[in-house]
Ligand binder design. Structure first.
Ligand code: ATR
Length: 290
């Protein structure tokens, strides 16, 4: 007999084959005995509107949206939740009972929870110094909002293209007027290094298949924290450099795990936990791909 309660959720992106989200969500579906499956689906930008229509027709539970669709998906949402509005990008969508498409952002939550879980330092002390964000793309937006929520007041935004960093700073000067921005290129880091206690990489540099991020951290204070949202490899060149210098560092994998929890909750009504088995499974997949 067919099971009419069976549900399907997706992760939508391009490329998508490397995504660890199916492992995370299918683990939870199984663990909590939810009758469903979570699938990866590669979609190009010009297919997004068709996808939204077919999701609605087929009563799909919801989806995660990833690179490169996180900004564009907002054009199709009937309800943009405040965090997605503030960030300017969404990673989670779902339909309500009136067939309205909702879009929200759980990346900010993911970043914050990862830092809170693994930071060995007094966060309060870190937030009193400026923070450097490397990168001014989609991921940088969520990290910027997360740093503001954590209590940072001074942000130094460094990007290969200075113009893009300036645009992002300009947008967020209006959205988050309590933040003070400085802008520069990646090579300006040395100028700021001795004054910052928090450094986060949001560029794709250091990711498997991409060039390494080569940055000297020698000038950073000894009580600084370095983090990377790149999680493949788990210990990027940037984090290895932090480790070499004895600086506290936090890998990016916790952000991926934590952002998945409120997404799952949007679809299934409860927030799942990251247990030791899930962590082990994800870490062993990352080790295998290194
Ligand atoms: P995401 O959504 O992951 O942030 P994105 O919006 O395409 O993806 O942004 C990619 C970021 O990585 C940008 O900050 C980009 O710098 P530019 O704005 O100058 O393009 C940065 N990036 C990508 N490849 C890079 C490289 N080879 N050197 C330096 N920065 C790079």
């Amino acid at each position: 007999m067919r099971d009419l309660d069976f549900t399907i959720s997706y992760v939508i992106g391009q490329p998508i084959h490397h995504s660890l989200s199916p492992t995370i969500h299918n683990y939870w579906l199984d663990k909590y005995s939810v009758n469903g499956v979570y699938l990866p689906q590669e979609i190009s930008s010009n297919q997004l509107s068709d996808l939204v229509v077919s999701f609605n027709l087929l009563k799909i539970k919801g989806a995660n949206i990833t690179i490169p669709h996180k900004v564009e998906i907002l054009n199709f949402a009937d309800v943009i939740h405040p965090m997605a509005q503030l960030v300017g990008a969404a990673n989670t969508i779902w339909f309500d009972e009136h067939d309205h498409l909702h879009a929200d952002n759980t990346d900010v939550f993911g970043f914050i929870e990862n830092i809170k879980e693994y930071c060995q330092k007094d966060l309060q002390v870190l937030t009193e110094a400026p923070a450097v964000i490397l990168g001014a793309g989609g991921a940088s937006r969520a990290v910027l909002v997360a740093l503001s929520e954590l209590g940072f007041k001074q942000i130094i935004l460094l990007n290969r293209s200075r113009e893009k960093a300036e645009h992002l700073a300009e947008e967020f000067r209006t959205k988050l007027p309590e933040l003070d921005f400085k802008v520069g290129t990646l090579s300006d880091f040395t100028e700021f290094a001795q004054h910052v206690k928090f450094l986060v990489n949001t560029t794709s540099l250091g990711m498997v298949g991409q060039p390494d991020l080569k940055l000297s951290l020698e000038l950073m204070p000894s009580d600084a924290l370095v983090t990377d949202i790149v999680y493949a490899p788990l210990k990027t060149t940037l984090l290895k450099e932090a480790e070499r210098l004895g600086l506290d560092f936090v890998t990016g994998i916790g952000m991926l795990l934590h952002q998945a929890r409120p997404s799952f909750e949007r679809w299934y009504g409860f927030r799942p936990e990251i247990d030791a088995t899930l962590k082990k499974r994800i870490l062993s997949l990352l080790e295998m791909s290194e």
